[in-house]
Design a protein around this ligand. Sequence first.
Ligand code: AR6
Length: 180
Amino acid sequence: MEDRGFNIDSKIHLEQGDITLLKVDAIVNAANNSLLGGGGVDGAIHRAAGPQLLEFNRKLGGCNTGDAKISPGFNLPAQFVISTVGPIWKDGSHHEDDLLASCYHRSLEVAVENNLTSIAFPSISTGVYGFPFERACKIALSTVNAFLNDNQTIQKVILITFSHEDYLAMKKVYAQMKAQ
Ligand code: AR6
């Protein structure tokens, strides 16, 4: 059988698949500053959640890059959607790394503030926003790992990629980080 999932430890799981199908407390959306929908994973989440998500998000007043806001999951199997806004990749010298780390950190903080214990992240900024995939994976893994070391509330974090190629690349990044 094809490899589609890998446990890093008891709390962090790497996976390939569709985030809209996951039954976790919250799935994270790679949104834009309006929080009013778009393409990619954002479009998929809005389609699966139903039009109420857009209605709800209209009241949130948008979201700054690197920040995160929570909404109900409506028709999704996940209870909540935490929308975060990743940086648009320019050349790496425009605070892209820090802003991406902030997306993961703030999403986890919002989850904790709402007493959630399981959360799934797509690979934020690595689609339309053009962030180099392996560099983004490194930031995702190190930020999640540091947060879980400091905070015991979250019991499960899934990092999910849509393509198998991205999944294998994420596993490779993890192996390289572990070897260092
Ligand atoms: N499940 C998991 N991952 C997915 C799914 C899915 N159903 N669909 C796509 N991905 P992107 P960004 C992966 O472009 O780069 C939107 O229009 C995809 O393979 O969705 O942060 C927003 O409104 C990629 O690796 O998000 C913003 O305007 C990753 O999700 C803008 O795109 C992120 O790709 C945000 O761009």
